[in-house]
Write a protein of this length. Structure first.
Length: 429
């Protein structure tokens, strides 16, 4: 397969093979590929909100310290191939196509032997393991796709450090209806005798994590964000003091302070595990971290912010950031969501801030909620809503009604934020 064919193959599998949680198919696939995942060491990251940001901080700091670091994240906003990269370079088109061809051949043999067909995420994860092994990574930062215990990434054995970011209610149809049930699934990435760093969790989640750590004889560090002092902050970034050191963080959003503290505690543990960083490398790592689409400013006049607030906890964080940075400002929203998310809660928590709301349907995704249906639900909480036919039309309308002092916020699914950023940048070059 060439690159175009390999992408079409993944798209077809996405449409035809539903998501499943379980490791049996993945184990069989990886066995047929020679179990490349067993040749690597990992920092495995699970939780509801903050996984990508914590990985961005770690990737920047550890790469800056000279380690050859692999990073696996999803979804990505601007480049499909950006979900797997090593030392700042994403996988090449040629390599991706070659690995997909190799994996597809293994799958043909699997299905002939009566095994079920792996999902698109399982295939992508298999490609990532092959890529990271061939690139001889010192350490791989691995983001869980969904949950933890039954996620395709959890086939790994060599977890040096399991990181649990903030856990809240999400993917309930897969993970459970209580915080304890969800926390138990996410804590499933904890392996015997590995180290664990967790954000400060709600009590019912914390109890589960402590119990799982005890069962696995895993040493647990709690990253306590209440110890932070904030010196300067705006929607363009913030300066904090933690554990006697000052850090500049280019990521805005009130929640990024907590993510930074989780990352700093993870770096402290990694120091003891042979991946040493100096205080200066940690400072530079946080300062140089990039993670777009999380309360990110993409235009300054008027201020245009994109944020991946797609579940109730992320909506709470976005609401807190709005209160913090934009009190008294006139806000215009562009909103698009997936139908399988708790979008009513997201609307309930955010709609009252907005003067105008424009809804869109996220393009090219079977999970997308139609713009009209989203507008109907929004109307229950804010009457000033209009369904738009496309992202382009929504952006044009938002700029047309926004004054220089107003703020446009686009949020919901991360899947449309890359396209929206491209449109905004073309209009305001």
């Amino acid at each position: 397969m060439n690159y175009q064919e390999s992408r079409e193959y993944i798209d077809r599998i996405t449409r035809e093979i539903p998501s499943v949680l379980g490791l049996d198919h993945m184990r069989e696939l990886m066995k047929r590929l020679g179990n490349p995942q067993d040749d690597l060491k990992y920092v495995h990251v699970a939780g509801t909100n903050g996984k990508g940001s914590v990985i961005a901080f770690l990737y920047s700091a550890l790469s800056g310290a000279g380690y050859r670091i692999g990073r696996y994240v999803s979804p990505t906003l601007y480049s499909y191939r950006g979900r797997m990269e090593v030392a700042g370079s994403r996988i090449s088109r040629e390599s991706f196509a070659a690995y997909i061809t190799q994996v597809a051949e293994a799958i043909i043999a699997m299905t002939k032997d009566g095994y079920p067909h792996p999902t698109a995420f399982e295939i992508e994860t298999a490609v990532a393991f092959l890529f990271f092994r061939d690139e001889k990574c010192d350490l791989v930062l691995l983001e869980v796709g969904m949950g933890g215990n039954l996620d395709a990434t959890n086939i790994i054995k060599n977890t040096l450090l399991a990181v649990l970011v903030s856990i809240s209610m999400d993917h309930m149809s897969f993970l459970g209806n209580t915080l304890s049930q969800i926390a138990e699934k996410k804590a499933g990435i904890i392996k015997d005798h590995c180290h664990v760093v967790t954000a400060m969790q709600k009590p019912e989640a914390m109890q589960v994590i402590e119990k799982v750590c005890a069962e696995h004889h895993a040493e647990c560090t709690v990253a306590d964000a209440s110890q932070i002092q904030v010196f300067q902050e705006s929607c363009l970034g913030q300066t904090i003091r933690y554990d006697g050191e000052d850090y500049e963080i280019p990521l805005a959003g009130v929640y990024q302070k907590e993510n930074a503290v989780v990352a700093l505690n993870a770096l402290k543990v990694l120091n003891e595990l042979g991946f040493a960083t100096t205080a200066e490398q940690r400072k530079e790592g946080l300062q140089n971290a990039h993670w777009n689409g999380r309360f990110t400013v993409i235009c300054k006049k008027p201020l245009f912010v994109v944020d991946g607030a797609h579940n109730p906890a992320a909506a709470d964080m976005m609401a807190a950031s709005i209160e913090h940075y934009f009190k008294g400002k006139r806000l215009i929203y562009i909103m698009g969501v997936f139908a399988d998310k708790d979008y009513r809660s997201v609307i309930q928590k955010t709609a009252h801030f907005a003067d105008q709301i424009l809804t869109i349907q996220t393009p090219d995704n079977v999970r997308a909620l139609p713009a009209e249906k989203l507008a109907e639900t929004v109307r229950e909480y804010n009457p000033n809503v209009q369904a738009m036919p496309s992202i382009q039309a929504a952006v044009e309308k938002a700029f047309a009604i926004a004054g220089e002092q107003d703020v446009i916020i686009a949020f919901g699914s991360l899947s449309f934020i890359g396209e929206m950023t491209d449109i905004v940048e073309k209009q305001h070059q």
